[in-house]
Design a protein around this ligand. Structure first.
Ligand SMILES: [Zn+2]
Length: 414
């Protein structure tokens, strides 16, 4: 838990923290989102996750992160505690799955996890976990895979160090809380010499911090970098690849669902008029505007109990030419056939979704824009495979239709 960033949960408020002679339970760390901690005696505790302010979509509190610390020292001072999370949004909580941060969080196994019906009422709105904590042990617990912002930044910086000519990591701007939004370009031979004719694909993680979009992009990047140079060359003959990281960096650190530090909904914040956008969206928009992608692909995730993965497709009415609409449908078909969940289709001027980055790019820049929903309950190994399979599918179609895309680019430039 050596994070450099902290959320802004007020730890002086006793509702946001429990500390006694033996134990500390709190969410006062990067991404932590627990409030209203309560003690019931006999090592039984509960809390509620923070919810975003605002309207439908932004308030969903279906994930939690808290930390526990055993202050005791003697060898036989192992603590066994029960912590129950209480929500007020019952339908959503049924799908909870237990996950851990692969590096940071210790997960204590499903078999140890149960509600304690004696003290905390079991309802669809609650879930609990029984934890064994050794003397002096301290760890974070989350119900879903959640990788902290600062850890992801470290991974990106490490990639830049390991692949200094193949990757270019840059900060494209800062958030109101002064955290950076990043671009990483994979461009081995064209650092100073960008070939505008190449097809540009932009991958991004969603602006919804509870989803593992940014981490999905990292998994894709790492898989790409693990290949042989011959493979890179094959890709680069046709494609320029860029990644956009941390659309909602502050939200990640603050443990939000969709909003930024001012409570603005970043995901639905790509307003028609740039001046109406939240600051983070302006940074992203200004960056993309100068170098628009031919294809935009945004990773999302959710916790549906059947572990479904599925695409979000945007109406092709937004696209300029018939041939590009056909190409969109080809990619869509491939994504649908790979999915085990139902596709979602976003219509013209659809509420909320017509203000997403995907919609805006397809509408204003004729980019073929897709979102893909992964599942928070998948193992990292399986996530990696899915993400890579999708990349190869995209590449196959792009490769086959490269001329078509180039012609479309030229027409648009006129
Ligand atoms: Zn999403």
């Amino acid at each position: 838990m050596e994070n450099s960033k902290k959320n802004n949960i007020d730890l002086k408020n006793e509702k946001n923290r429990i500390e006694n002679r033996e134990i500390i339970i709190t969410s006062g760390f990067e991404g932590g989102n627990g409030i209203n901690f309560k003690s019931y005696g006999d090592d039984i505790y509960s809390f509620s996750p923070l919810r975003d302010p605002g309207e439908f979509y932004s308030g969903q509190a279906y994930f939690f992160k808290f930390s526990v610390e055993n202050k005791l020292i003697r060898e036989d001072d192992t603590k066994n505690i029960t912590v129950t999370a209480i929500a007020d949004f019952d339908e959503l909580w049924k799908g909870w799955t237990y996950q851990q941060n692969p590096k940071l969080w210790v997960y204590h196994g499903k078999n140890k996890t149960q509600l304690n019906p004696k003290f905390v009422k079991t309802t669809p709105k609650t879930m609990g976990i029984n934890l064994e904590i050794l003397p002096q042990e301290k760890f974070c617990v989350s119900n879903m895979l959640a990788v902290p912002y600062s850890e992801m930044v470290e991974i990106l910086e490490d990639i830049q160090l390991r692949f200094p000519t193949l990757t270019t990591l840059s900060k494209i701007g800062n958030t109101p809380l002064n955290n950076s939004i990043y671009s990483l370009k994979v461009n081995p031979y064209e650092n100073n010499n960008v070939d505008e004719n190449k097809i540009k694909i932009l991958f991004a993680g969603t602006a919804q911090p509870n989803e593992i979009g940014d981490f999905a992009s990292i998994l894709l990047l790492e898989e790409f970098l693990s290949k042989e140079p011959d493979f890179w060359d094959k890709i680069h003959q046709k494609l320029r690849i860029e990644f956009l990281f941390f659309q909602n960096a502050d939200g990640l650190i603050l443990g939000k669902n969709m909003v930024n530090s001012s409570g603005e909904n970043i995901f639905f914040g790509y307003k028609n008029n740039r001046d109406d956008m939240p600051d983070e969206n302006k940074v992203v928009w200004d960056h993309i505007k100068g170098n628009t992608p031919d294809i935009f692909f945004e990773w999302h995730s959710f916790f549906q109990d059947n572990k479904s993965i599925r695409p979000y497709l945007y109406t092709t009415d937004l696209l300029k030419s018939k041939s590009f609409r056909k190409l969109y449908d080809k990619i869509a078909k491939s994504l649908i056939s790979y999915s085990n969940g139902a596709k979602e289709v976003i219509n013209l001027n659809q509420k909320y979704f017509s203000d997403t980055l995907a919609y805006r790019l397809q509408e204003k820049f004729n980019s073929l824009a897709f979102q893909f929903k992964l599942h928070n309950g998948l193992k990292i190994k399986d996530l990696k495979k899915i993400i890579w399979d999708i990349f190869l599918r995209l590449f196959k179609i792009i490769n086959k239709n490269a001329n078509k895309i180039k012609i479309e680019k030229e027409i648009n430039r006129l």
